[in-house]
Design a protein around this ligand. Structure first.
Ligand code: 5GP
Ligand code: MN
Length: 344
């Protein structure tokens, strides 16, 4: 932990060791494996320490993240905002996990801004904004889960980590590194994984739970996207997939079904930039992935109201799917030089 002041750790320690607390934990909207794994793992550890931790997720999360053995329940704010509000109102401390700007809490943004008790951010995204009282932002970490493990050790809470919590943290690291394919240049990631394995977690079971549980229609949707919908632009070393709501419905779409699809085009020889555009209710959700040093977080921030990491970013548009595609393709010439120069 290079950036976090020991004073911040000391202040959080004082807060958590002083009293038994009600603690609310909020991941980003449309949470991924890292956001959910971090939230579940942290809740479990705080509970075993003696606090009462509750997770409120701004929106629902995919089925492939619903097999955790931890007892902690997740309240989905978009389905039950009354209970979500109540949990925040009754809490003494709020943890915000795996996001760097308050807008990433979606419809919970105002609740987070209006929250008057201590707010703690633990995150690994670049360019953190200042919406919490205590900020633990370490952008060189593979995942928020890896970072939370180190924070817990610094807080003297390692002994409260349970097997279920270790499983949740491992899932966060596994998913944010694409099964240890990217974001793994720091040996600390493997050090933390080796520590987590000492809790007796079943890594093949986790791998299967996360990756080997496609519904038939999800697998067929992937086939359709790759076979019928993928456009490859070799001159820009770019490939993209755009998929309409109607097409998703044809494949019985469920939350999370398109997760990871954006990675596939990067397996094509010489492609360094991949995008997926997904039509949702009223917005187009965009995801970008890259290889080498092509910064998709900057691309997303500058053009698609988004952000993220160097090689994995996302954003949104309020224009139509067709308009989003033409905006994207019209932007490419301005980036052509950078794309051709990208070293892989
Ligand atoms: P994904 O493409 O898997 O949704 O997200 C990839 C990365 O980009 C994640 O780190 C995620 O937090 C970030 N990201 C995704 N969507 C958005 C967005 O709308 N705004 C911002 N600022 N970041 C996003
Ligand atoms: Mn993350």
């Amino acid at each position: 932990m290079k950036n976090t002041d020991i004073q911040i750790i000391a202040a959080i320690k004082q807060l958590l060791y002083n009293d038994k607390l009600n603690i609310a934990i909020v991941p980003h909207e449309h949470p991924d494996g890292d956001a959910i794994g971090s939230a579940i793992g942290l809740a479990e550890v705080l509970d075993s320490f003696g606090h009462k931790a509750q997770i409120v997720s701004p929106t629902d999360y995919p089925n492939f993240l619903k097999w955790f053995t931890a007892k902690t329940e997740i309240t989905v704010f978009s389905r039950n905002n009354k209970l979500g509000k109540e949990i925040l109102n009754q809490s003494d401390v709020l943890f915000c996990l795996d996001f760097n700007e308050v807008g990433r809490a979606g419809k919970m943004e105002k609740l987070l801004l209006d929250y008057t008790k201590p707010k703690i951010l633990i995150d690994h995204h670049p360019y953190p904004t200042n919406f919490c009282d205590f900020i633990i932002s370490e952008t060189h970490y593979s995942s928020t889960a890896e970072l939370i493990y180190d924070v817990l050790c610094k807080l003297g809470m390692k002994k409260y980590i349970t097997k279920s919590a270790a499983e949740a943290f491992y899932t966060g690291i596994l998913t944010d590194t694409g099964s240890f394919n990217h974001n793994t240049s720091d040996p600390n990631t493997f050090k933390v994984v080796s520590e987590l394995m000492k809790f007796g977690i079943d890594t093949p079971k986790i791998q299967s739970g996360v990756y080997h549980n496609f519904s038939i229609s999800r697998m067929q949707l992937l086939g359709y996207c790759l076979n019928q919908k993928m456009i490859v632009l070799p001159d820009f070393r770019t490939a993209y997939i755009a998929i309409s709501k109607k097409e998703l419905e044809n494949y019985n779409f469920k939350t999370g079904d398109t997760e990871g699809f954006v990675n596939f085009p990067l397996s094509i020889e010489n492609i360094v930039f991949s995008a997926i555009f997904i039509e949702k209710d009223g917005v187009i959700k965009v995801s970008f992935r890259s290889k080498g040093n092509f910064p998709v977080n900057h691309f997303s921030h500058d053009n698609f109201n988004g952000g993220g990491h160097l090689n994995a970013a996302g954003g949104e548009t309020n224009i139509t799917l067709e308009e989003t595609i033409s905006k994207f393709t019209q932007l490419l010439p301005a980036y052509k030089h950078q794309l051709l120069e990208t070293v892989i």
